[in-house]
Design a protein around this ligand. Structure first.
Ligand SMILES: C[S@@+](CC[C@H](N)C(=O)[O-])C[C@H]1O[C@@H](n2cnc3c(N)ncnc32)[C@H](O)[C@@H]1O
Length: 324
């Protein structure tokens, strides 16, 4: 093992033996600052700030990271050994009591307040532009995908009438298991291709009227854009109810009542949308404890009828009373 010519503590001591550098480190202990900000805080020329930062970095006191056009510096607290930390504690105690250091720290707060004002200024001028900029940077409605992170990772989800498996694909990364069920061989082929290699997803052939799922094996069941094809939706609800665990929920996404008669011919629809009263009636008859229906906002570019999301909940399991 190569032993350094002098113990590292001497390099560290040498770097701290300058009062300006010690004051600088006191600022960088709590806050990440750029060279420009340190100039304002310590009222030094840029060349002096850079020279002191280099000495502190060489001795391992300070680390930096790139951030846009400038680097940001802060004390390398996590990389310091116990000896260096003790050394800094005793130097720090002396330094921060000094009026010059107290003035520095007060100016750090002014600099931070200035930063906040800058972002406020950006939002004040960009408020009208923000939606456009957000869409350009991150696409349409990224927050809706982010909300999937709220799903319980222990859940099993059943995508009933899964079609090509879009919903199953979106949900699969966030839950323990997704079972995608459909009766159409062509749709199942497409779903299998889409979900190939997705470990948590499984595709099964079956009908909504006799699901290939055990009773009480699922936490959430979804019927997305399926109901218009189903002759007896109440029966499909009852079958979904059978496979749900106590406390489980059925999510139905479909069309509100509309007048597109042509959908009967073009797509084989048996129902021209569904209203809340009908969904509640079917839900109650199928054994659900409650139904909440929300109309969904139309997304830009959507040409079809307005959609709703209905959540039908089962009663939660009641804990058994203890025998006394
Ligand atoms: C319009 S697609 C919707 C697919 C998917 N849920 C979505 O949101 O994109 C309707 C799907 O329901 C399936 N389907 C309709 N009636 C069904 C039934 N009784 N049993 C099983 N699948 C059914 C069809 O095969 C088709 O794949």
């Amino acid at each position: 093992m190569n032993t350094p010519a002098t113990p590292a503590v001497f390099d560290r001591l040498a770097a701290l033996s300058d009062a300006t550098r010690a004051r600088m480190l006191a600022c960088l202990e709590r806050h990440e600052l750029t060279v420009g900000e340190l100039q304002d805080v310590m009222q030094l020329a840029q060349s002096n700030v850079s020279r002191h930062l280099r000495a502190l970095a060489d001795a391992g006191w300070v680390s930096s990271r790139e951030s846009g056009p400038s680097n940001r510096y802060r004390m390398a607290s996590r990389d310091l050994d116990a000896g260096a930390r003790r050394l800094w504690q005793s130097v720090r105690e002396e330094v921060v009591r000094h009026p010059a250091s107290q003035r520095d720290l007060a100016r750090v707060h002014e600099v931070l307040a200035g930063r906040h004002a800058k972002s406020q200024e950006f939002f004040a001028s960009a408020a009208g532009q923000w939606d456009k900029l957000r869409g350009e940077l991150f696409g349409a409605r990224p927050e809706l995908h982010a909300l999937l992170g709220l799903l319980d990772p222990k859940w099993t989800v059943a995508d009933l009438g899964c079609g090509t498996g879009q919903l199953a694909e979106a949900v699969a990364p966030f839950v323990r298991r997704v079972v995608a069920v459909d009766e159409s061989a062509a749709m199942l082929r497409a779903a299998r291709t889409r979900l190939h290699g997705v470990a948590s997803a499984e595709v099964r052939h079956g009908t909504l009227e006799a699901l290939p799922l055990d009773a009480r094996s699922v936490d959430v069941a979804v019927l997305s854009l399926v109901l218009p094809y189903v002759a007896d939706p109440q029966r499909a609800f009852a079958e979904a109810r059978r496979v749900l665990r106590a406390g489980g929920r059925l999510l139905v996404v479909d069309m509100l009542p509309h007048e597109h008669e042509e959908y009967r011919q073009a797509m084989g629809h048996l129902w021209l949308g569904f209203d809340a009263a009908l969904l509640e009636r079917w839900g109650r008859a199928a054994g659900f404890a409650g139904t909440r229906v929300h109309a969904l906002p139309a997304l830009p570019g959507a040409k079809g009828p307005s959609l709703f999301a209905a959540v039908l909940s089962t009663a939660a399991r009641t804990p058994r009373k203890k025998l006394s």
